[in-house]
Every structure is written in C-alpha cells, then in structure tokens.
Design a protein around this ligand. Structure first.
Ligand code: SAH
Length: 358
C-alpha cells in the first residue's frame, strides 16, 4: 500500500467527537455493548441514523437506551448556519458549522430523474488550483468520516420529508477527497452499504473527483469499489496543466491518465474527465484535438464545465461558439463529451465556487 507524500497530508487536529458513522458495523456493536446495551441495538440505531430519522422517531429504542445511545454515538457534528435556494428551489446550498467552528458547504440538486448531493471532504483545500474558490483560502482541516456522511444523511432527511430520496452523491464540494483518503473511503462505504449499515446509495451513483493524486488513485483501484472516478484534467498538456492544477508538476498528464485509465480497466467504470473551459486559456481548437488524441478509444466521458468565475479572478467562461467547437472536435474524434449545466451559479453553489465565505 503506497502512502501519500507528506506534503499532501492535511492536519488532522481537532477532529470532532466519535460518531456511529465513523465506525464499521462490528465496532458499532462493541460500542453499544460498552454502553451496557444489547448488541442488536447497534443495528436499530444505525438503521434510524442512516435513514435520517430524528431521536423522537426512534420509537423501537426505549427511552433510557435511546438517550444513552443517541447521546454517546450520535453527537451533533454539523449545524446548519445558512441555506440558500435557487433554480426555483431545485438547488439548495447549505453552509455547515463544525464543532470547532469550521465551515463547509454541501449542495443538493434536484433533477427530473435523480437527486444529487455534492459534498465536501475537507474544510478548504490544499491543492491551490487558481481558478477554484475553495483553493484560494487553503486547507483548514480534514473532515471526519461521519462529518462527510452527515452531509448525505442530512440531504436524505430533507428529501424524505418531501417524499423523495437522494440517488447520487458526488465528492465535488470543498476539498480533495484523495488527500483525506482513509476518511473518504470510510464515508464511501457508509454511503453505499445497504441498511442498516449505511445509506444504501448505489456504488455506481457515487462519483469521487480528484486532481489526480496518483498513489491514491492506485490505492482506490485496489478497494474493490465500483464508484465512478472523475479526473480534473483541465488541460491536455503539462505546460498549461502545471499552472491550472499545480499537483501536475508531481504527477504529469501522462501518468495521471494512465492511473485513471487503469482504474477504469480494473472496475469497468467509465472515467469522467472534468475540463473547465476558460476563455483563451485552455479552450483553443488545438487543445481540443490534443485532448481527443489522448482519450480516443478509451472508456471516458468528457464533462466540459463552463468556468464559474470566482471573485477577483480575471478569468471567464469560454464564449458559446468556442465551447461548441471544442465539443465538436472531441465528438468528431469519437470522444464522448457533454457540457455540464451551471446549477447554483447565482448562489455561488456551482463547481469550484464553494468557499464558506459567500
Ligand atoms: N478536488 C476535487 C473535487 C472538488 S472540485 C477535484 O479537483 O476534482 C469539483 C470540480 O469542479 C473539479 O473538476 C474542479 O476542477 C472544478 N472546478 C473548480 N473550480 C471551478 C470553477 N471556478 N469553475 C468550474 N469548475 C471548477
């Protein structure tokens, strides 16, 4: 097992109190027994928690037991500070405060055929991509497994109250998921494990998005998970990618693509390539052709994201005709490509706009 170079390890100080979602099923049973309760209570409590139930809805737990178990294993990790809606209520951004005052955001997006929650894996981010709002402030700390899962459970609670459910989870909020590897993998397992042990969302409906930390991609390949990997490429050439995604100086385009395509070969899952189109920066026809050349005949889908301008940046999205030509060139080479919508843009809830200060 390869460990990450020290430079990509986030500070883990001030992690929140232990929570049921930090524990695997066996450890939960042990914790419940240590509290003087029967082991099967662990499954009851888990079933309630992952379904988004509140303590008063946990009626199969007796008053005393409930108080003890909830008090010890379901501490409040994240408190909503602010909620903003747009797209007629179909996009909702929530700002959360952690036990130590840390701020993170998640975004719920309702579509006709699915409901997706975009979650954060770290408070801030250390990857320093210059076009991303989260990258500007640097990294505050890693989120715990339970803090990550709680964003999904909270969304599930909101949806259940409307008769719906969360169907998809994307790790595209704040943070670099693979720089918080163990906690993120723990969270993925809680998210995909069926009830009573987890939320029960399909593995194929979970997307882990990364700047491309090669050793961590290789480790993920060995986990036996079927989640979709998204690689934030943004440039097909090292000269430009070195500036847009600074970690490229460590793992260049050729290496990161190889690791991501190996993941695809191992899992059979189509690779998502994220490419934010930035006017006059990475949107030239020759770059479309070079990207097409790299991806030709591979099991990939290119997600083109019109750049969401961040405050103080002089960069802007590519003009529509330029975007169209970029797509046309990829498709002409037989490479799947679509332009992603810009849900939540006006509430600073779109890709790369999460900063916890807006
Ligand atoms: N750190 C991970 C996940 C978080 S960002 C990663 O980089 O993949 C999710 C996606 O939004 C990434 O592809 C990221 O590059 C993109 N993104 C960041 N800032 C953006 C912006 N201002 N406009 C459009 N996309 C952006």
């Amino acid at each position: 097992m390869t460990s990450l170079p020290l430079v990509f390890e986030a500070p883990t100080r001030a992690l929140p109190p232990r929570h049921l979602a930090d524990l695997d099923p066996a450890a939960r049973r042990e914790a419940v027994v240590a509290l003087g309760e029967k082991a099967f209570r662990a499954e009851q409590l888990s079933r309630h928690y992952f379904a988004g139930h509140l303590p008063e809805q946990m009626t199969d737990l007796g008053g005393d037991a409930r108080e003890r178990l909830v008090g010890d294993l379901l501490p409040t990790l994240l408190t909503p500070v602010r909620e903003v809606e747009t797209d007629r209520g179909d996009t909702v951004k929530t700002l959360w405060r952690g036990h130590d005052g840390t701020l993170v955001e998640s975004v719920l997006m309702r579509y006709a055929d699915r409901t997706t929650v975009c979650i954060s894996s770290q408070a801030g981010c250390g990857m320093a991509c210059p076009f991303c709002a989260t990258g500007q402030a640097g990294l505050t700390r890693n989120l715990s497994t339970a803090e990550i899962v709680e964003q999904v459970v909270a969304a599930q609670r909101t949806e259940a109250a409307r008769g719906g459910r969360v169907s998809n989870v994307v790790f595209m909020g704040m943070g670099e998921p693979l720089a918080n590897y163990n906690r993120v993998i723990g969270a993925v397992r809680r998210i995909v494990d069926p009830a009573p042990h987890g939320v029960g969302i399909g593995q194929r409906s979970v997307v882990v998005s990364t700047v491309g930390l090669v050793p961590a991609i290789r480790r993920l390949t060995g986990e036996g998970l079927q989640v979709t990997l998204a690689l934030s490429l943004h440039a097909p050439d090292d000269e430009l990618r070195d500036t847009l995604v600074p970690v490229n100086t460590r793992w260049p385009v050729r290496e990161v693509l190889k690791a991501a395509l190996d993941y695809t070969r191992e899992t059979g899952r189509r690779l998502s390539i994220e490419y934010a189109l930035i006017r006059d920066v990475n949107d030239q026809p020759w770059r479309a052709d070079l990207l097409a050349k790299l991806l030709k005949n591979k099991l990939v889908h290119v997600n083109l994201i019109p750049l969401n301008p961040t405050p103080g940046s002089e960069w802007d999205a590519s003009p529509k005709p330029v975007e169209k030509e970029f797509v046309r060139r990829l498709k002409a080479a037989g490479v799947n490509a679509t332009v992603r919508d810009t849900r939540g843009r006006e509430i600073a809830g779109a890709c790369g706009q999460l900063s916890a200060s807006g």
